[in-house]
Design a protein around this ligand. Structure first.
Ligand SMILES: NC(=O)c1ccc[n+]([C@@H]2O[C@H](COP(=O)([O-])OP(=O)(O)OC[C@H]3O[C@@H](n4cnc5c(N)ncnc54)[C@H](OP(=O)(O)O)[C@@H]3O)[C@@H](O)[C@H]2O)c1
Length: 322
């Protein structure tokens, strides 16, 4: 009897703590973007829009009346999500377009199609990404994190620049991670082929490259009417851990649900991205870094202008932009 009571008290206590954490997340961790900007007549591209944070950003834009272009690599997944978004937002102006950020050819094809067939692009949300992926290379031989998270979006942004410029004021939002602060750009081995591959270091390097290049973008395109800023969405329970903890059954079934209590939902994670895309207070702001919806000073490892220029030139060459 006393064992039963102990178990009951234990379980009740655990449930209480779990509930408390969920409430803490709801009320303290996750702020919501309150702006009521409408996007009728505006076009937004969201990469990786079939799931996670990208899906919620696409949903929000659709509800505000935008034409939403979901740039995804898997057309089946994209179409399934598109149908849900259309049903939820009552906006039929949502389309799927193929864009595999691990392939220069695919990115160029996507950008050509947009430049030829779309009248406007006002918002470009560079959201797609991989985390702690094994060392597989992209189709062009780039380390996967650098290739998808950074170089793919670098190329895409530059290829869409004329369209964005003609639609100015327009905004680019680069989704990165606060892990950039621990990152180092290893110019001697950007592709991590000489040293032992470490997925965490690769993710940090790519996140840092995004922050550095976002600032360089503002120096490369001054007065263009196109601004770029970067955002850390906060720790969010999405499919991002599919290459790490979600691979193991135990983690998926036990650790995952426990961690959920501390993490934002995808909708909450999307708020910082939405704010950066729409907040009128950010008009004309370029090269800034936002974390959990607050602007933060950029860490010293991401502020060297010479390093930024060097990275920009290498990125141009590697993506065959020049
Ligand atoms: N979740 C977090 O805690 C967190 C924290 C900091 C930063 N971030 C950043 O937030 C962004 C969104 O991540 P998420 O959490 O929403 O992750 P997610 O649920 O895994 O979504 C990632 C998206 O990127 C797409 N993607 C991956 N590789 C691609 C490729 N080669 N070409 C085109 N699309 C590709 C995925 O498409 P498929 O479904 O086809 O694979 C998916 O749509 C990422 O940039 C991530 O680094 C997330």
């Amino acid at each position: 009897m006393s064992l039963m009571r102990t178990i009951t008290v234990g379980l009740t206590g655990a449930a209480g703590i779990y509930g408390g954490l969920v409430l803490y997340r709801e009320y303290y961790v996750a702020a919501q973007y309150k702006g009521d900007e409408q996007l009728f007549g505006k076009t937004a591209i969201v990469t990786g829009a079939n799931t996670g944070i990208g899906k919620e950003v696409a949903h929000d834009f659709a509800r505000r009346g935008a034409r939403v272009i979901m740039a995804c690599r898997d057309m089946k997944k994209c179409e399934e999500t598109r149908e849900k978004l259309v049903a939820d937002s009552f906006n039929t102006n949502i389309v799927c377009r193929e864009c595999d950020l691990a392939s220069i050819e695919s990115i160029k094809k996507f950008a050509d199609e947009i430049n030829k067939n779309e009248k406007y692009v006002h918002l470009l949300i560079n959201n797609a990404g991989v985390m702690w992926h094994s060392s597989k290379l992209t189709k062009d031989g780039f380390e996967q994190h650098l290739g998808v998270n950074y170089l793919g979006h670098f190329l895409l942004t530059n290829l869409l620049m004329e369209k964005l410029r003609t639609c100015s004021p327009s905004r680019v939002v680069n989704v990165t991670s606060s892990m950039y602060k621990r990152g180092v750009i290893d110019f001697d081995d950007l592709n991590m082929s000489k040293k032992q591959f470490n997925a965490k270091i690769a993710y940090e390097q790519a996140a840092l490259a995004i922050v550095i290049a976002t600032q360089e973008f503002c120096r490369q395109y001054p007065g263009s009417g196109v601004v770029a800023n970067c955002v850390h969405p906060g720790i969010t329970r999405t499919e991002i851990a599919r290459h790490t903890i979600d691979k193991s059954f135990i983690s998926r079934v036990i650790i995952g649900p426990l961690l959920k209590a501390f993490m934002k939902t995808p909708m909450q994670g999307a708020q910082a991205v939405i704010q950066c895309a729409l907040d009128p207070k950010l008009d004309g702001q370029c090269g800034k870094y936002f974390s959990d919806m607050k602007e933060e000073p950029i860490a010293p490892n991401a502020t060297d202008e010479k390093e930024a220029k060097r990275l920009w030139l290498i990125s141009q060459r590697w993506t065959r932009l020049v």
